[in-house]
Design a protein around this ligand. Structure first.
Ligand code: ADP
Ligand code: MG
Length: 375
């Protein structure tokens, strides 16, 4: 038997006839960090509500560690080992982070005995370890109400972990956080994933990219697509759901664009000259007809705002011709800056990203040489 922690079969949830979840199937191995994305109304929150017992399935079943969760009340499901982190932090703002964690470590104690009683030593170590994990050791003894929004989120994650759940459900953990807090939250979840199974629901694509292993896309109450971030982002149906229209270019053409855009973005800026080179070269490559080229250029512009880790994308480019075209266009893109007065011909970030890309593309040296003398 495989080590399946969560198994969901033909799950339907109807609200007065409206199916918020529609014949959904989902399975997850113990130890996985799974990200679930999907547009508003896709059923993400309802999905978590069913797992935690807040909402009962209309049809289908949920098995957790082999146990059918049917008709079990929420508190019983929590005790089986499912912990849920809601979007807004639920911490005691008048208590310190340490006290909040002590409470969670020992739920049977009431607030007063935690405040005035002595905490046994082993538990203290756990609390100390948790404070360390969530990065709040320096702030362990100030009132939680004084913490930033992000720090409160981490505290609540720590409070959940204190109850040693097998499965952690986390709903939009980075909504309203700063960029730095978002990145730290990602690191925290990745480190927790070493010892827990975790489901993260998220809107923020940048964040999903940071933490994603396997991604499940929900749409209209069912699973639309499942795979790596790259597979999901290049899936025509998923793109249609997110951007409201089907891409008219092929997945491999989309990959080429993604790689070229990432090189152009590698200095943190997409210059107008770079956009111009990318759109004209790729549209000419993808179509012969001038009208069609213009359509393609308009469509490509929509995808330009996204930069992806190039490693993940390059491995799926099989054709040598495409690899060569990518290198050629990237070389032209990074040199397009030289048109701008007072700027070095090629800036060092883009030069480094381009060198790295050449390694990944594994092109023969003579081909590279030709590209760099030709252009
Ligand atoms: P998401 O979290 O992906 O945005 P939700 O699970 O919140 O989606 O909602 C899915 C759909 O179900 C939405 O159309 C929503 O309006 C509907 N819905 C959710 N909860 C209820 C409810 N208690 N009663 C009626 N409709 C609901
Ligand atoms: Mg929701």
């Amino acid at each position: 038997m495989s080590d399946t922690i969560l198994d969901i079969e033909n799950l339907t949830v109807s609200f007065d006839g409206f199916k918020a979840l529609n014949n959904l199937n989902f399975s997850m191995e113990a130890g996985e960090l799974r990200t679930i994305i999907g547009p508003n109304g896709a059923g993400k929150t309802t999905f978590l509500d069913v797992i935690t017992g807040k909402v009962q399935p209309t049809e289908g079943q949920v098995h957790f560690k082999g146990k059918n969760l049917k008709k079990r009340p929420e508190h019983q499901i929590a005790r089986l080992g499912i912990g849920r982190k809601f979007q807004t932090p639920r911490v005691y703002t008048n208590l310190t982070p340490r006290e909040n964690l002590e409470l969670s470590c020992n739920r049977s104690k009431n607030v007063l005995s935690t405040l005035f009683g002595k905490t046994p030593a082993p538990e203290k170590r756990t609390v100390g370890g948790l404070l360390e994990t969530i990065g709040l050791t320096p702030k362990s003894d100030i009132k939680a109400g004084l913490l930033s929004h992000g720090e409160k989120q981490w505290l609540e994650i720590g409070m959940l972990v204190a109850q040693s759940p097998d499965l952690l459900l986390v709903d939009e953990p980075v909504a309203g956080l700063t960029d730095e807090e978002t990145e730290l939250t990602g690191e925290l979840l990745i480190s927790l994933a070493e010892s827990h199974s975790i489901i993260v629901i998220e809107h923020d694509m940048e964040f999903v990219r940071q933490i994603a292993r396997k991604v499940t896309v929900l749409h209209q109450g069912s699973v639309l697509c499942e795979g790596t971030m790259d597979e999901v982002q290049n899936d025509p149906q998923t793109i249609e759901v997110y951007l409201g229209q089907k891409p008219t270019i092929s997945p491999s053409q989309l990959r080429m664009l993604r790689i070229v855009a990432s090189i152009a973005w590698s200095d943190g800026n997409l210059a107008p000259e770079e956009t111009a080179v990318i759109l004209s070269r790729l549209s000419q490559l993808f179509a012969d007809d001038r009208d069609r080229q213009q359509e393609i250029a308009a469509e490509l512009r929509d995808y330009l705002s996204q930069s992806l880790p190039v490693e993940d994308v390059v491995k799926d480019i099989d054709s040598l011709e495409q690899r060569e075209e990518i290198a050629k266009i990237c070389y032209e893109v990074i040199r397009s800056h030289s048109l701008v007065p007072h700027q070095p011909a090629i800036n060092k970030w883009e030069a480094a990203a381009y060198r790295r890309l050449l390694e990944l593309l594994e092109l023969p040296p003579e081909v590279v040489k030709e590209i760099e003398t030709d252009s």
